[in-house]
Ligand binder design. Sequence first.
Ligand SMILES: [Mg+2]
Length: 283
Amino acid sequence: MFDIAKKKAFVCDLDGTLFMGPNPIKPAVDFVIESTNSGRFKFFYLTNNTSKCPEEYMKKIAGAAIPVTPAQILTPLITLESYIREKGYRSVYLIASEKVKAHMAERLADTEVSLDYDPEANELIALTYDRELTYDKLAKATSLWNMRNVPPNAMCPIRTANQEPVDFVATHPDMCCPSERGPIPDIGGMMKFLELTNGMKPSHVFGKPSPTLLAPVLDEFRPEEIAVVGDRLYTDKAIADNAGVDFVCVLSGETTPEDLAKYKGTPPAIVVDTFDLVAASGR
Ligand SMILES: [Mg+2]
């Protein structure tokens, strides 16, 4: 039973929940603005899209007049940063747009980690949703894997002096990215491209539905004080389920009442037409 009185923080999906493409979903956005200003709830904003820097999401959210700080934006780039720090990696081949690479270099400025391709030194291949992806970047990733992770054979005769296996992670699992022109390729196809070449598969895939993305929220609040709000059952509800927190399903985006009727999993904690209507659930 969903109890709004117990909630202190909402983790909000953006597209389909607070925005429809570039346009704010007004009642939902007004509810977030009022509750932020009154201090009733704290909000976090969740995105899997690693082709953009958190600053760009801040702009979008602030553009709808919602007060927001960088710490409220949850993107798998934060998980990637923590992963690099925890593992103590010094040399990472980061496959990312120039902008995202500069952002990561800034976040890791206090470490000595290099984010460039270096076949002798790279300890990790980190794949993001790189909208500046080239054949050369994919070929470098597979050749690194061949040189370190595949025993020498007729297909992969070359080894580097560095015999340590190279780790490989991807920031999120999405197969496609919605656009005004319908679905366009996201990181999923890039992972498939690599896997089909030489069998390489990531050791970790961050982002929804992996609960690692909620770590900063779970550090601050108890699970029963949190709810994830979103319009997709297979990503937004999945991350809520994986983190053991309530899921608020909004019907302002992808999921329809027919989808919910067919859904085989545990039902969402609450279903509302638009996010603002959760406020009325306690009355
Ligand atoms: Mg959505």
